[in-house]
Ligand binder design. Structure first.
Ligand code: HEC
Ligand code: HEC
Ligand code: HEC
Ligand code: HEC
Ligand code: HEC
Length: 221
């Protein structure tokens, strides 16, 4: 009995540690090591062990300047959900990806000069998949073409709600894995460097989108 408890405890400890090492980040666009502005560190532009932003934030030990932008929200004639100003983890992403905050503004530095180029979502979210709204059984019923997130399995081990939502909310992190834990191949995991050199797939997604698998995790036709 004691032995099995020990093995179980090892499993739940080792699993998060191995998925959160620098392997996936290495040679990704979130690999900030090797740059003077990051202090040659992977994690520092986003997390710090000390003097972090308030603990109430959606990510532990957050170390990046936060955006103060007011966003234009997604809306449409058919939308049932009620998006709010980006909160939770989406706000963390947008603190580099809305184009208003330099990505080298971390550790209290506010004089950065580097801004995202191809990853600029801008403060206009009207042309982006809606985020920062509650996605629950009631929304699924109202919409008619969505799975109930509390019962539909995501394919990652739990339900959509458990694996992809943040406290019941749809956020950037419902689709994206900021640590790129599936990237074991570096640049070629996404770029076809021997062919056209262009981008072929994104390992930043929790679930591949070949055959629209990601989309069809939540949407049913
Ligand atoms: C580009 C910014 C960025 C970088 C670089 C980054 N993180 Fe994170 N991290 C985040 C965000 C955003 C979250 C919250 C989102 C989430 O939990 O999926 C997070 C969550 C976490 C968590 C708690 C959630 C979990 O998955 O257990 C840990 C622990 C963590 N990061 C460790 C690290 C370590 C260690 C490094 C460096 C090897 C690192 N991070 C690099 C942005 C980053
Ligand atoms: C510290 C700044 C920073 C934070 C925080 C950050 N990013 Fe990025 N991200 C970048 C930079 C820099 C690039 C390179 C693209 C560029 O320069 O336009 C990038 C690229 C990307 C890419 C394109 C490359 C790829 O991996 O497919 C995706 C997707 C992405 N980020 C998603 C996110 C999401 C989702 C979050 C929040 C969970 C996030 N980022 C948080 C700085 C950041
Ligand atoms: C519904 C799922 C979903 C949500 C929510 C989502 N993304 Fe994405 N994102 C994708 C997919 C899929 C791609 C790849 C697009 C492609 O390959 O055509 C992508 C691509 C990107 C890229 C790569 C560069 C580009 O513009 O194509 C960045 C950066 C990015 N997303 C950031 C974000 C941020 C920041 C948020 C939250 C504000 C977010 N995403 C919310 C699914 C999503
Ligand atoms: C997780 C997937 C992923 C990884 C890993 C990755 N890239 Fe990218 N890369 C992207 C995406 C997505 C884009 C944006 C493509 C677009 O919007 O058309 C991009 C864009 C680029 C661009 C064009 C930038 C611009 O300003 O137009 C270059 C150059 C590039 N990547 C080089 C690299 C190199 C070098 C590596 C390894 C160090 C790398 N990428 C690793 C996903 C990735
Ligand atoms: C984690 C679940 C989830 C994933 C993954 C997801 N969506 Fe959604 N999506 C939703 C929910 C929930 C809504 C809100 C629907 C509503 O209220 O009408 C939505 C809204 C939309 C809308 C707007 C609908 C309207 O009436 O304005 C479109 C279009 C859409 N999604 C397309 C996609 C595509 C394309 C993908 C794959 C790249 C995708 N979604 C992935 C959950 C998801």
């Amino acid at each position: 009995m004691v032995k099995w408890v020990f093995i179980f405890v090892c499993f739940i400890w080792v699993f998060p540690l191995t998925t959160l090492d620098a392997q996936g980040l290495r040679n990704s666009h979130h690999d900030f090591s090797g740059a003077a502005w990051s202090g040659n560190e992977f994690c520092k532009p986003c997390h710090t062990p000390h003097n972090a932003a308030p603990a109430s934030l959606a990510s532990p030990l957050w170390n990046h300047q936060l955006t103060t932008a007011t966003f234009t929200l997604y809306s449409s004639a058919t939308l049932d959900a009620v998006p709010q100003q980006p909160g939770g983890k989406s706000k963390l992403c947008l603190s580099c990806h809305d184009g208003t905050v330099a990505y080298d503004n971390h550790s209290g530095i506010t004089s950065g000069t580097r801004y995202v180029t191809f990853g600029n979502i801008t403060t206009d979210l009207k042309d982006d998949h809606p985020i920062s709204f509650r996605y629950d059984a009631a929304l699924a019923t109202q919409d008619g073409h969505l799975y109930d997130p509390s019962t539909k399995m995501s394919g990652l081990g739990g339900t959509i709600e458990e694996d992809l939502l943040e406290n019941g909310y749809m956020e950037c992190t419902s689709c994206h894995d900021v640590h790129l834990s599936r990237n074991t191949q570096g640049c070629i995991g996404c770029h076809d460097i021997h062919g056209s050199g262009t981008y072929t797939e994104t390992l930043s997604l929790w679930i591949t989108n070949f055959n629209s698998t990601l989309c069809l995790t939540c949407h049913k036709l």
